[in-house]
Design a protein around this ligand. Structure first.
Ligand code: PHE
Ligand code: FE
Length: 289
């Protein structure tokens, strides 16, 4: 994910903010952490993750034990969709993030969480970035969407509209749901890489599940500290690509800047509600202290 902070890379980091993955530096404990997380999620996700994500996991051979070697992974990905995975120390500046993405390079955190952080951590580590995001890059349509998003990011910076474009990323790439013939499925990496949210997002009666609408999503705030209170559902990746690529965002940004923000959990009159949540989970927490 992108960050707005420092412009100069720290010592030992290249001008484009990449670092060698240095696969040999991972300890047996690091690899064991990956394997534990992998086993737990891989068991949970058939029937929950989207077809595209499950296919990606398979064709990229991510079930091989240990933290994946980015070179090997990039070779496979390059043949499938022309994407590569490059290592970065953590969050990188927005312009760097978008430039890599527009050139089909996915930036992935190099480090792995500690064994006491299996369930949650705020910064994206190699498990979130590789297990969560990279399978989707093996899907040709999603691969095109992310490249277009990178170029869109460069444009949004000129329009002072990163807040709006960032929400699109959040509610699709990170927390998106898709309607498949057999029911709702997860494709957002923030959900597939989370043991608890991969159940909550689909099964819990608490969150709203609303049909994806581009302008609506861009007006909607989100929370970074807990499960989402609303998820947006796309009908297909083709439809997502069409809705975003065929729309000129510049006039849309100007329009949205004039409109009120939509709060998390708020339902507006134009919403197509797939499931109206009880919001019980979020309410119980705020009330409890
Ligand atoms: N169409 C968008 C623009 O005009 C670019 C974009 C495409 C953004 C796909 C996100 C996803 O800026
Ligand atoms: Fe992410």
């Amino acid at each position: 994910m992108a960050d707005t902070s420092p412009a100069t890379p720290p010592a030992g980091v290249a001008a484009d903010w990449t670092i060698p993955q240095d696969w040999a530096h991972y300890t047996p404990e690091d690899h064991a952490t990956w394997d534990t997380l992998f086993a737990r999620q891989a068991k949970l996700l058939p029937g929950r993750a989207s077809d595209a994500w499950l296919r990606g996991l398979d064709v990229l051979k991510l079930s091989k034990p240990g933290i994946p070697d980015f070179e090997e992974l990039s070779d496979r990905l390059m043949k499938l969709t022309g994407w590569q995975v490059v290592a970065v120390p953590g969050l990188v500046p927005d312009d760097v993030f978008f430039d890599h993405m527009a050139n089909r390079r996915f930036v992935a955190g190099n480090f792995i969480r500690r064994p006491d952080q299996l369930d949650y951590l705020q910064e994206p580590d190699v498990f979130h970035d590789v297990f969560g995001h990279v399978p989707m890059l093996a899907d040709p349509v999603f691969a095109d969407y992310l490249e277009a998003y990178g170029r869109g990011g460069q444009r949004a910076m000129q329009h002072d509209a990163l807040k709006y474009l960032g929400r699109l990323y959040w509610y699709t790439v990170e927390f998106g749901l898709i309607a498949e013939p057999d029911g709702l499925r997860i494709y957002g990496s923030g959900i597939v890489s989370s043991y608890a949210e991969s159940r909550f997002a689909l099964d819990d009666p608490s969150p709203h599940r609303l049909k994806f609408d581009l302008a609506r999503v861009m007006r909607t705030d989100y929370r970074i500290d807990d499960f989402q209170q609303n998820y947006f559902v796309i009908p297909s990746f083709d439809e997502l690509l069409r809705a975003t690529v065929e729309t000129d965002f510049a006039p849309l940004y100007e329009q949205i800047k004039q409109q009120p923000e939509i709060a998390v959990a708020q339902i507006v009159s134009d919403d197509e509600v797939i499931t109206r949540g009880t919001q019980h989970y979020a309410t119980a927490k705020t009330g409890a202290h």
